[in-house]
Design a protein around this ligand. Structure first.
Ligand code: SF4
Ligand code: SF4
Length: 456
């Protein structure tokens, strides 16, 4: 069978390995999210297409990780078909609920307009009935709920009343039940955290900190102007130290040119509180939320370069950052035919970033349905047929080697003319080399070294 070098790979620049006294490269096969170290001589043979000159076991390994693929294969169609098959087979029903349209915070980059609306009992009933219809299809084995805002903890009464109904529904259809929450953390006291985890099956909590106090309080203040950092940080430390609670805690730091200098001090503060192995931490560039917030962003290149610095500092401080992305067959809820978000007014969307955003009009142009049955202007296909559009070559994702591990970024951003490429697109080579360097220090990557010596 004629073979070719897969389009879906990234290779690092050559580096001299002091231990093995050889020039090597790190390679990343995005089709299978496989990382390997390879010696320069083998890489030269691969680049020249002289695959048969490689030792048979190495050749077999490279075919196995799909760095080498059949010569006639249309790889874009393979990836799109794999993604579509995963979407079709997905047996998890993922629904997002915004229990309230209110948030106590007044972050300058937020595109939402908040109002004191809570999801009514009638709307809750209608939503449970809607979920029932989906489960009745018999295609699901799990029900996953995302609590999102506004600030979902302002709508705690709705979480308290809806969760038992949703758990009962899941159990009626022999489905497991689990939930996550994205919260500003202000109301996440130890008592509430315990309730969320133990009573309402929340297994993942994401909280945003935009740097240390002096930066965060200028960006994520209460609507009254009062600061929030100290309270949120205390809540995070308390929750991280509640070892009896089985929950994953993730801290997101939103960054633009006004606060990028706050990332390192925040990491140091988290490390001083000994949270390195108790929280996940990542930095996200500020993006457009139906507004101009992205205009304050760092350039993609600057962000990517800073991120490599932060990742290196995280490793030094004892955190465990994810350096190498995994395969992403489902880019987001937009492409899943059954996933949806309901807001506190009963509007249904297949995207998490459009509700309560005044730019999208009244009624919201992205709303695909309403709990009351009222006809809404949007339709599921607008964002939902993203994979088909990629397959037809409508976006740069069609020719991008990162597609298998990116999924295409964000269908809404592409539709609005904003490039959503993740930072890894710009710093993947440095990530690979960082991972290689780390492999010299950790046991985990001794495994990789075994592979690497096979490839050497
Ligand atoms: S379309 Fe974009 S904004 Fe909407 S859910 Fe998907 S990734 Fe998020
Ligand atoms: S969003 Fe960007 S990085 Fe992701 S597949 Fe598309 S072009 Fe590539």
């Amino acid at each position: 069978m004629a073979l070719k070098l897969s389009h879906y790979h990234v290779v690092s620049r050559p580096v001299f390995d002091q231990i093995e006294e050889q020039t090597k490269r790190a390679i990343f096969v995005t089709r299978t999210a496989s990382f390997r170290i390879i010696d320069q001589a083998s890489w030269s043979l691969i680049e020249q297409g002289k695959f048969q000159q490689l030792p048979p076991d190495i050749l077999a390994e490279l075919i196995d990780i799909e760095l080498l693929v059949p010569g006639e294969e249309d790889e874009l169609q393979t990836i799109i078909q794999q993604n579509q098959a995963t979407i079709t087979k997905d047996s998890d029903l993922y629904l997002v609920i915004q229990p309230t349209a209110y948030c106590q915070l007044g972050c300058h980059y937020c595109g939402q307009e908040h109002s004191p609306k809570m999801m009514s009992e009638e709307a809750q009933k209608q939503f449970v009935e809607r979920a029932r219809k989906k489960l009745e299809t018999g295609t699901f084995t799990s029900l996953s709920i995302g609590w999102f805002g506004g600030e979902p903890l302002v709508g705690l009464s709705v979480i308290r009343s809806l969760t038992p109904q949703l758990k009962a529904l899941a159990s009626e259809f022999n489905c497991s039940y689990d939930a996550k929450i994205v919260t500003n953390g202000l109301a996440l006291t130890p008592k509430i955290a315990k309730e969320l985890v133990e009573d309402w099956n929340i297994t993942f909590i994401e909280i945003t900190l935009d740097g240390t106090k002096e930066y965060h309080d200028l960006r994520r203040m209460q609507k009254s102007g009062l600061p929030t950092f100290s309270k949120i940080f205390t809540n995070i430390v308390n929750l991280a130290n509640q070892e009896d609670l089985e929950v994953t805690l993730s801290i997101r730091c939103n960054v633009d040119y006004q606060n990028y200098e706050a990332v390192l001090p925040l990491l140091q503060e988290l490390a001083t509180a000994n949270l390195q192995d108790k929280v996940k931490f990542y930095v996200a560039p500020i993006h457009s939320w139906g507004n101009d917030a992205h205009k304050q962003s760092l350039s993609k290149e600057d962000f990517a370069e800073l991120e490599i610095f932060w990742l290196g500092e995280m490793i030094e401080l004892g955190f465990y950052p994810q350096l190498i992305p995994g395969r992403v067959p489902i880019v987001c809820m937009a492409v899943s035919p059954n996933s949806e978000l309901v807001d506190a007014h009963g509007n249904i969307f297949n995207c998490t970033e459009v509700s309560y955003v005044p730019t999208y009009g009244t009624p919201n142009e992205y709303a695909i349905d309403h709990l009351s049955g009222q006809k809404m202007p949007g339709n599921r296909e607008r964002l939902g047929n993203f994979n088909q559009k990629v397959s037809q070559g409508n976006y740069p994702c069609s020719t991008c080697e990162m597609l298998p591990v990116c999924g295409g970024g964000c269908p809404k951003s592409w539709a609005e003319g904003i490039e959503p490429c993740p930072s890894a697109k710009y710093n993947i080579e440095d990530r690979l080399l960082l991972n290689y360097a780390l492999s010299r220090l950790t046991n985990e990557i001794e495994e990789t070294e075994k592979c690497s010596s096979q490839l050497s």
